[in-house]
Design a protein around this ligand. Structure first.
Ligand code: BG6
Length: 453
């Protein structure tokens, strides 16, 4: 197998792809004969590329020396279509024995997707119907609806959908995979999973990091395209979808896409940019790109009616965390003391993986006072930092031809429709410059008075 990464000198390779491939190797999940071929425009040889990866590596890599002999580098300007015929010849010369299984991972900015795909297809490196040659597209797939549509059209004119993997690594996270099981394998949840019983739902994605070295990419994206269009909308779809008529991939995606197609935005939205963003490397002066987005929306289905969904994401917050908070309506009973609190189901994705249920019970003692209590389930409690595992799971799925945790075209299309509309509105909204999490959330509280953030 040859696993080729276009854009291999970027952050993603060091932080996520190499650790994932390394773990798969340790778990004996990779074929006996394999190469990880990094492609970039920088002037590296194999050793230089490996040294660059090693410089960014964290954690325990006991078998690294055995693994790294499988890593190679090929210098190429992949924005030039003519470069692909030499690339094709090089593959045939050096990797003839491994070419039966080819995975091309496009870890580049989306604007390079069409040219790379075209180069691979025109030079018969990827051939329609050959299910042993596949292309994986990092998110976001496209820059807006029009570009995503044109990339998709171009791809499907030349290769089959089953050779195309549009990745959203959040779908590989344990707790996101857990949502459907918690919802549909438990009678206690599914019957109350609707507007009659749920007051509101929050999806919160905070990151303490700034854009760091990724300014060039990030400034073209902003929080809406970098996080909302994909990770947050996919989470929303899993939380809000109706029960599928069967547990197969197509039926689940059919229900997810209905959620995305029925999103109705409210006007209560807010965008922010962290103070100091303009001084980051690669950010044009005066950039208005948002590093924080807070959206209130509704899902126009009979299940949800007027239930508000709050999506919040931001960089340079106090801590990195991702969680889904489902808040139920008030209980109708009143107690002499100790007013019952609203029930909550909290699905924690990061840093801890787990589920909490907040409920009310009797306080110990002679009187019937209500008191808040908590049931706490910890999923892989000792695991900190689940991200490499998400990529690990998804890369393994690509190797095994399983696209169930990848996004289907219609999901992407529906997501872009909303994001395009938001991008238009964004320009008329004030951009709040924030020093820190406290400041931006205080501002948000003045907008969303009805909810505790
Ligand atoms: C990526 C975004 O898709 O997801 C990054 O491009 C973000 O900006 C990252 O930091 C977050 O992923 P995770 O798995 O670390 O939460």
């Amino acid at each position: 197998m040859i696993f080729t990464i276009f854009g291999a000198t970027g952050d993603l390779t060091t932080k996520k792809l190499i650790p994932a491939l390394y773990n798969l190797y340790i778990e004996s999940q990779l074929p006996e004969e394999f190469t990880v071929l990094g492609i970039g425009r920088r002037d590296y040889d194999d050793a230089g590329f490996i040294a660059e990866i090693e410089a960014g590596m964290q954690g325990d890599y006991a078998e690294w020396d055995v693994f790294k002999v499988h890593i190679q580098y090929y210098r190429m300007d992949f924005s030039n279509i003519d470069a692909f015929s030499a690339f094709s010849a090089m593959l045939k010369t050096h990797y003839a024995g491994q070419l039966r299984d080819k995975i091309f991972y496009l870890a580049t900015a989306p604007r390079f997707f069409p040219i790379i795909a075209e180069g691979l297809i025109q030079n018969h490196i990827v051939v329609r119907g050959d299910l042993r040659s596949k292309i994986v597209f990092e998110k976001p797939f496209g820059e807006d609806l029009a570009s995503a549509k044109s990339y998709n059209r171009m791809l499907l004119q030349s290769i089959d959908e089953s050779q195309v993997y549009r990745i959203d690594h959040y779908l590989g996270k344990e707790m996101l995979q857990n949502i459907l099981i918690v919802r549909f394998a438990n009678k206690i949840f599914e019957n109350i999973w609707n507007f009659k019983h749920i007051d509101h739902i929050k999806i919160i994605a905070y990151e303490s990091e700034t854009v760091k070295q990724r300014g060039g990419y990030y400034d073209q994206s902003g929080a809406l395209k970098d996080m909302v269009q994909n990770h947050l909308f996919q989470t929303l779809a899993l939380v809000a979808m109706d029960s599928p008529t069967g547990l197969n991939d197509r039926l689940i995606k059919d229900e997810k896409v209905k959620v995305l197609q029925r999103i109705v935005m409210s006007d209560d939205i807010m965008f922010g940019q962290y103070a100091g963003y303009l001084d980051e490397k690669g950010i044009p002066s005066g950039s208005k790109t948002e590093t924080f987005a807070a959206l209130k929306l509704y899902i126009n289905t009979s299940r949800w009616q007027h239930t508000p969904f709050y999506l919040i994401t931001g960089k340079k917050m106090d801590e990195k965390l991702f969680r889904i908070v489902i808040t139920f309506k008030d209980s109708s009973f009143f107690f002499e003391k100790g007013q019952p609190e609203k029930n909550q189901l909290v699905i924690e994705v990061y840093p801890r993986e787990g589920i909490e249920i907040l409920f009310n019970g009797k306080a110990p003692g002679l009187q019937a006072y209500a008191m808040p209590m908590k049931l706490d389930y910890c999923h892989l409690c000792n695991t900190i930092g689940n991200t490499p595992e998400a990529y690990e799971k998804l890369i393994l799925d690509v190797i095994h031809d399983d696209a169930s945790l990848f996004t289907r075209w219609d999901e992407i299309e529906a997501s872009w429709e909303i994001i395009d509309a938001l991008e238009m509105i964004k320009h008329f909204e004030p951009l709040v410059i924030y020093e820190n999490q406290t400041a931006i959330l205080a501002k948000l509280e003045t907008l969303w008075k009805e909810v505790k953030i």
